[in-house]
Structures are given as structure tokens and as C-alpha cells.
Design a protein around this ligand. Structure first.
Ligand code: PEP
Ligand code: MG
Length: 596
């Protein structure tokens, strides 16, 4: 990815640095910079003076002792033999190898802080080891990385400035949803991440948590030090390092109005209808009963997408059938009549097995989702049994992800039927869940008619559809410019899927991130969408918007773009139509960040 241009504020004698970024979760956060790198703090270089050498070496020694104590504690817990071997190797590296003496030399000779010396020396060691011809040696480079991370964590623990907290802006390389959940507990003001796209699961979660996040910021450590003041503008996509007083007060004011319009207009009771009386069903995407409760208060009817793999993150391992039964029963009790659509596990083989060796070269094209359900049926069958049992007396439906053709529906339906038969034969009470297919792969769009005739409803997953249709990784911010939701191919695909559902007379629910982004609402309604499922925080603005437009005008708008050949032309046309005709519905905050 190209490094983005920096600018300085001329009014402040150049002290403020502005770095363009990609806003992926709306809001403004002002705080102090804290670096985190995966599970360990990202080291920053500090030059030290001659008199500081002893102090730095003392800090290093304390970190070594702390790490050894940790290793002893970890290895005293019951562990498999392989783990005990690893702890043995790590103790040896800390106690007897040349790693620690070399780090001390780095501190003395180059007059740098302990963190930087650990980084420099451990990188040299691991590079050398990785290059070894004998794979028994080259495979071990990860042990050095692990030991270095442990030392860095120990140093960070002795320096609270690294541990985050409520006035922090966290700077990370990459964010996983489970890690984000953990970090959110310390209530940081915002997160700056090097990697991640608008539809990455972490970005989706950050929007649910109302935590401002920007991505695509490379090499930020060259411009910022731990503890520096920083503003994250998660609306226009910018990071302001060491901001001037003027900038701080401007952003504090802007922050006050970020969510003001996020309330459902008091005139909107019950159903959501367009001005010409067409009902649009609004559902929420969530797996948490408390989020559903909030969504219900905002006017959502039911859960349109329950990403069941979220239970993995919550439980830290594969959930048993009974654990799943409990989770599904609990969510169904919360949603009541309106119901919940549970998507079966949408995970890759590496994630399911927890085995790093199973990580594939192209996981999004690999053994994942229903392909994995068909290959290793035991966990799919357990999930189906849990759903069938939980659906007794509850409104639960099943959604099959990553369907590429109707044959998969036949195969998966016969597994579901077998499980129904077995449970009934054993006298276990079950319900009658409806079966839906997720349309998110181009071949499913092209065969949407056949699929629609063999399921009870369709779900359109635009996050993946854009990825697979345009061959652009949704998690890779380097290709964000190619991730074009308004590409004519995407728009034609949505139209085809709407028509397939209409012909088969079954409902279609749009549940990708476009459904919760006001910029796309007239487009979706104009294309014939009548059910939208979204993040809880999107519900108010989408409902307000729907109630201010007519279906007929949205359809005319779509007719007017049908001959456009590029996403840019379509975006311009939509923007100018909104400004000319619906300016009161599209305040600048909805137009400036089209994806949020
Ligand atoms: C999608 O692909 O659009 C979708 C809704 O599912 P996910 O984001 O979990 O892939
Ligand atoms: Mg998907």
C-alpha cells in the first residue's frame, strides 16, 4: 500500500501532524497514544544517556525474572507434553542463550531503551534462524518471537502507560474481533489500525460498540510517541497527532453532534414505511440478547443474522451441543415471535481446528463455511441438533452461508432431515425451522432462481458478494479502492437476486453492511429490497431515512443509473440526487462518510 501524504497545520508552526486514514467506525476519539502489537506492546525507540544504561539493564533483568516466574507458573498447571517442551525451551533461551547478553550489549553500545534493544536483537535472531536450511532449526524462530513478546509484555506491565485505559487511543497492527472485545473493556477513546476494511468483522463489531476506528495508517510510529495526544476522526478519516488547542476544541464540539441524530423520530411508531406506504422490515444483526433488546426499542423486528461462530470467541473453544442449545434458547426467548435467523458456522478449517498448521493459503476460497460442514459433518450435525431442539416452541430459522449452487442445498437439507428423524425417533421434541440460503458467491447469484425455488427465504450477504464478485479481499485496506459496493456488477447482482426471490415468492433479507449504511438505502429500496438487517446503531438513521423517501422515486433513481458503467458515476449521481432532492434527509455527516 502506498503511504498516505501527511500534512502539517501552518497555523501552529507545524507542530500538528495530520495523517489521512480510512474511517471504518464512526465517531471522534481524543486521547493519548498507546501502542499494542498483537498481544504485546509495539516498542518505540528512545535514546538514552550514558547514565541511563544501568537503569535500562535493571528494567531488562526485572522483565527476564518476571518472564521466568510466569513460565514456571504456566508449566506447573496441567499441560500437554508439547507445551511443557516449549516452556523448557523458553526458559533455556532466557537463562542460558546469548539473547539476553546481546540485548544488554545493544543497550550499552547503541544507547537505546530496553524495548528497542529487545526488538532489534530478537529480530536479528529470528531472521537468522528462519533462514536455516534445517527446518528443525528454522521452525524454532517462533520461540524467539514468543520470548521477545513475553519480555515486552513484562516491561509494559511495569509501565502503566502501555496498558491502555479510558483516555487512551490504541494503535495496533491488526485487530481480531475477540481482541477488540477485550480492549473495549478498558474503554479506550478510539483505535488506529494498520489493517482492516469496512466490512472486516472487527470493524463491524467496533460500529456495534460505538468505538471510533480508523484503518490504513502505516508507519505511524515514525511520527508519534507513546503518550502523545492524538485525535482520531472516524467520520472523515484522519489522525491528528499532537493537535493544537484549536483542533482539540473543534473536535470536542464535533464529537457532541456525532450521535445526536441517532434517535428514531418520535413520529415513527411501529412499522417502518416509505412515504408512499411500502413497508420495509428492519431486523438487527447480533448474537447478544442485550443488543437485541436495544434494537427492539429502536424498532427492529427480530434478528436477521445471528453469526453463530461468535460463540467460539465467547467460549474460547468449540461449543458443545448443549452449550449451543442453551445459547440458542436464550436468544430465541429474547426475540420471541419476531424470531432469530441462525447462520450455521461460517468459519475456516484453521479456526475450527485451532491448529495453525491447518491455515490455508487462501482461507476465503478454501475449506470453510458449509464446505467444512459437508466435509467434517460431526460439528455441523451437532449444531443442527442444537438448533432443532431449541426451535421447539421458539421461532428460529436456519441460514446456510457461502452456498455456491443448489446441490449444496440438497446435501445439507438431507443432513438436516436425518437429524430431525433421529431426534424424533429418540423422542426429543423439535421445532420446524425454515431454511434460508445466504447469497454471497457469484455462482449463487447466477443460479439464484434454482436456489430460491428450494429454500424458504434468501439472505443477501453483500460483504462477501462484493469481495467475491470483484475479487477483492474485504479485510485488506490496501485494496479498499477496489472494494466498490457501487460497481455496476454489484448493482445488477442485487437486482437479479431480488427478482429471483420475487419469482419464487419468498422473502429476501439484505444483511451485509450496505443495509445499515444510509447512503445505500435509496439504492436498495429502488432495487426492490423490502427487508434489511443491520447493526443496532444503524437502525435509527435508516428508519428515519426510509420514512422520508418514496419507493417510486427510489425506483426512478435506479432507472436513471442503469446505463452507468462505473462506480464513480453512480456515486456522483446518487450524491447529487440526495443533495438536490433529499438534502434534509442527508445531512453532511451521512454524505461525507458513505460507508458509515
Ligand atoms: C456478508 O457476507 O455480507 C455477511 C452478512 O456475512 P459476514 O459479514 O459475516 O461474512
Ligand atoms: Mg459472508
Amino acid at each position: 500500500m502506498q503511504e498516505k501524504a501527511l500534512s502539517r497545520d501552518p497555523a501552529d508552526g507545524g507542530s500538528e501532524i495530520r495523517i489521512p486514514a480510512t474511517a471504518v467506525s464512526r465517531g471522534i476519539g481524543i486521547g493519548r497514544a498507546v501502542f499494542l502489537n498483537g498481544d504485546s506492546p509495539l516498542p518505540i525507540k528512545h535514546d538514552i544517556i550514558q547514565d541511563g544504561i544501568d537503569g535500562e539493564i535493571e528494567r531488562l533483568q526485572q522483565a527476564v525474572q518476571h518472564s521466568l516466574d510466569e513460565i514456571i507458573e504456566l508449566s506447573s498447571a496441567p499441560t500437554p507434553d508439547s507445551a511443557a517442551d516449549i516452556f523448557g525451551v523458553h526458559s533455556l533461551i532466557l537463562e542460558s542463550s546469548s539473547l539476553i547478553p546481546d540485548i544488554e550489549t545493544e543497550i550499552r553500545v547503541n544507547l537505546v531503551n530496553a524495548e528497542w534493544a529487545i526488538r532489534t536483537v530478537s529480530q536479528k535472531y529470528s531472521t537468522r534462524q528462519r533462514a536455516a536450511a534445517d527446518h528443525h532449526i528454522s521452525d524454532k524462530y517462533l520461540d524467539v518471537v514468543d520470548v521477545a513478546n513475553r519480555l515486552l509484555n513484562a516491561l509494559a506491565g511495569s509501565d502503566s502507560s502501555h496498558s491502555g485505559g479510558s483516555d487512551s487511543v490504541l494503535i495496533v497492527t491488526e485487530l481480531m474481533p475477540s481482541r477488540l472485545m477485550e480492549l473495549a473493556k478498558t474503554a479506550p477513546k478510539a483505535i488506529i489500525s494498520e489493517h482492516g476494511g469496512w466490512t472486516s468483522h472487527s470493524s463491524i463489531l467496533a460500529r456495534e460498540l460505538k468505538l471510533p476506528v480508523v484503518t490504513g495508517v502505516r508507519n505511524i510510529e515514525r511520527h508519534i510517541s507513546v503518550g502523545d495526544a492524538v485525535i482520531v476522526d472516524g467520520i472523515n478519516g484522519e489522525v491528528i497527532i499532537r493537535p493544537t488547542e484549536t483542533s482539540i476544541s473543534q473536535f470536542l464540539e464535533a464529537n457532541l453532534i456525532v450521535y445526536v441524530s441517532d434517535e428514531v423520530s418520535p413520529t415513527l411508531n411501529g412499522k417502518t414505511t416509505t412515504k408512499d406506504g411500502v413497508e420495509i422490515v428492519i431486523r438487527v444483526n447480533t448474537d447478544a440478547p442485550e443488543i437485541f433488546q436495544q434494537a427492539k426499542e429502536q424498532g427492529a423486528s427480530g434478528i436477521g443474522l445471528y453469526r453463530s461462530e461468535a460463540i467460539f470467541d465467547r467460549m474460547g473453544s468449540f461449543p458443545s451441543e448443549d452449550e449451543q442449545y442453551a445459547a440458542y434458547t436464550q436468544i430465541a426467548a429474547a426475540t420471541g415471535e419476531a424470531g432469530v435467523r441462525i447462520r450455521t458456522f461460517d468459519v475456516g478449517v484453521g479456526q475450527l481446528s485451532g491448529d495453525a498448521k491447518m491455515v490455508e493459503k487462501n482461507p476465503s476460497l478454501g475449506l470453510r463455511s458449509i464446505r467444512l460442514s459437508l466435509t467434517d459433518q460431526s460439528y455441523f450435525r451437532a449444531q443442527i441438533r442444537a438448533i432443532l431442539r431449541a426451535s421447539c416452541g421458539n421461532k428460529i430459522d436456519i441460514v446456510l452461508p457461502m452456498i455456491s449452487g443448489v446441490n449444496e442445498i440438497f446435501r445439507l437439507r438431507s443432513i438436516i432431515d436425518e437429524e430431525k428423524y433421529e431426534l424424533t425417533a429418540a423422542g426429543v421434541p423439535i421445532g420446524e425451522p425454515l431454511l434460508g440460503a445466504m447469497i454471497e458467491v457469484p455462482s449463487a447469484v447466477m443460479t439464484a432462481n434454482e436456489i430460491a425455488q428450494n429454500v424458504d427465504f434468501l439472505c443477501l450477504g453483500t460483504n462477501d458478494l462484493v469481495q467475491y464478485l470483484l475479487a477483492v479481499d474485504r479485510d485488506n485496506e490496501a485494496v479498499a479502492d477496489w472494494y466498490q459496493t457501487l460497481h455496476p456488477a454489484v448493482i445488477r447482482s442485487i437486482r437479479e437476486v431480488v427478482e429471483a426471490a420475487n419469482q419464487a415468492n419468498i422473502p429476501l433479507n439484505i444483511c451485509g453492511e450496505v443495509a445499515g449504511s444510509p447512503f445505500y438505502t435509496p439504492l436498495l429500496i429502488g432495487l426492490g429490497a423490502r427487508e434489511l438487517s443491520m447493526n443496532v446503531n444503524s437502525i435509527p438513521s435508516i428508519r428515519n431515512l426510509i420514512s422520508g423517501i418514496t419507493c417510486s422515486e427510489a425506483a426512478q433513481l435506479i432507472d436513471s443509473i442503469s446505463s452507468y458503467a462505473t462506480a464513480a458515476e453512480i456515486e456522483d449521481k446518487l450524491r447529487s440526487h440526495y443533495l438536490e432532492n433529499w438534502s434534509e434527509l442527508f445531512p453532511s455527516r451521512l454524505l461525507s462518510a458513505k460507508n458509515l
